[in-house]
Design a protein around this ligand. Structure first.
Ligand SMILES: [Zn+2]
Length: 438
């Protein structure tokens, strides 16, 4: 058997100190296939031809060219890959990079800028990565996050948020050998097919720009819709961040999808949501929400026949999201409270008491109606609230609510605000800076 070529041995013979000055965030590695989606083989093509080599510090260092315009790379053993069935290449401490000689490259038919990296060959599969300029990556991200037909100032604000996300999460998937993934876990990225003229323009017009706070890159978070007021980060995730405090969102149109919403949950659906999380408090009897000044619920106590459970922060809605509760911004009203009469037993005779006046031991007179508390002779509090069969959630907004509302940004742009003004509104106290530093 032929000995595998050691790419690392080759690379050390090359002078690559030239690239050490490359800006840290200038390029990005996007994981396309890994873990359960890792591939046994892929086919890459480019009309301009292909070269293979090693990708280090944002640069493809060519070690040779591939005959023709197509290459199939397959796992031939642990840490070993072969190109078009040729002798295996050892990637134990490196990667295999395939670059087009010019232009773009296709991976199993999908077009990408930059080059394709193959790493972590083990158990018959390998991790497949697209390595490219960070702004080229953003070309393929923006239109998946915001409709490309929206106002250019909204698209520019989105470009800066997306760039900030990529830079802030640069080490998120480091253990897998790349920076960000291509799904909603990070940001949806579909390569060249997702690029549009307006989103490319938004990326180019804001080249390298990110939001900063106190000299560091800020967390430029975004979501679909606020329902009229954005959220306090500490009431969503637990940590206070000054520029992620809730602000009014007056330009988010009331016509925006999910600016308001309604969800109706039966008690048994609420019980099902609890049991999905292994919370057992018997039959649910009552929900008690606590709301902050942004109109968002930060605590939701669920009372049951065998105990109570209190959800906090984003868990006041996520457990119920499959039933249509899509943000923390909601109020609740009970369903089907019994309006039937209330009775007392006197000398064995049933007598209706609802509507009658009672006088407490303190002398306070009140009328008996649906929903009252009384004390038994042993001092036990008895709450009569009629029969609740479920709750209606009257809500607003979609998503976590922290940072920029995309529909709000759209409204601001259409009302003449610039992207700088939009970002200043949603991230008060931040400044625009460059991801390349000073
Ligand atoms: Zn991810």
């Amino acid at each position: 058997m032929k000995k595998a070529i050691l790419l690392t041995a080759l690379i050390f013979s090359l002078c690559y100190t030239l690239y050490a000055s490359a800006a840290e965030y200038d390029t990005i590695k996007v994981g396309l296939y890994y873990d359960s989606t890792a591939k046994a083989s892929v086919t890459v093509t480019s009309d301009s031809g292909l070269s293979y080599g090693v990708y280090e510090n944002g640069v493809h260092t060519e070690l040779g060219t591939i005959e023709g315009t197509s290459a199939t790379i397959a796992v031939s053993g642990d840490n070993e890959l072969s190109i078009n069935g040729a002798e295996p290449i050892n990637i134990a401490s490196s990667n295999l990079s395939i670059s087009p000689i010019d232009g773009t490259i296709r991976l199993d038919g999908t077009q990408y800028r930059g080059c394709i990296l193959l790493t972590n060959a083990s158990g018959g599969t390998m991790t497949v990565i697209n390595a490219l300029s960070t702004d080229y990556y953003l070309y393929g991200v923006i239109a998946s996050e915001m409709p490309s037909g929206w106002h250019t100032e909204a698209l520019k604000a989105q470009a800066i948020c997306a760039r900030g996300y990529a830079v802030s999460n640069y080490n998120k998937h480091a253990s897998l050998g790349f920076n960000v993934c291509a799904t909603t876990n990070c940001q949806v990225y579909k390569g060249v097919a997702a690029e549009t003229a307006s989103t490319i323009e938004a990326v180019d017009a804001t080249e390298g720009e990110v939001l900063t706070h106190d000299g560091s890159i800020a967390q430029s978070l975004f979501y679909s819709s606020s329902g009229g007021h954005t959220a306090n980060a500490e009431n969503v995730w637990g940590s206070y961040i000054s520029y992620l405090s809730g602000v009014e969102d007056p330009y988010e149109s009331e016509d925006s999808p999910r600016h308001t919403w309604t969800a109706t949950l039966s008690l048994s659906q609420i019980e099902a949501a609890l049991s999905e999380r292994d919370i057992n408090i018997g039959s649910v009897t009552e929900l008690i929400p606590s709301t902050d000044e942004t109109g968002r619920v930060y605590e939701l106590t669920v009372k049951g026949t065998d105990g109570d459970h209190t959800f906090t922060r984003q868990n006041t809605y996520i457990p119920f999201s499959s039933y249509g509760v899509i943000s923390q911004k909601y109020s609740i009203s009970p369903l089907n409270v019994s309006t039937s009469a209330l009775y007392a037993l006197t000398s064995g005779r049933k007598q209706e008491i609802s509507g009658y006046n009672v006088i407490s031991s303190g002398g306070v007179k009140s009328t008996v109606a649906s929903g009252f508390t009384m004390l038994s002779s042993s001092g036990r509090s008895i709450h009569q609230s009629g029969k609740i069969t479920g709750y209606t959630f009257n809500g607003g907004g979609w998503g976590h609510g922290v940072g920029m509302s995309q529909y709000g940004a759209k409204g601001m742009a259409e009302n003449g605000f610039t992207y700088e003004e939009i970002l200043d509104h949603y991230f008060p106290g931040t400044e625009l800076g460059s991801m390349y530093g000073e």
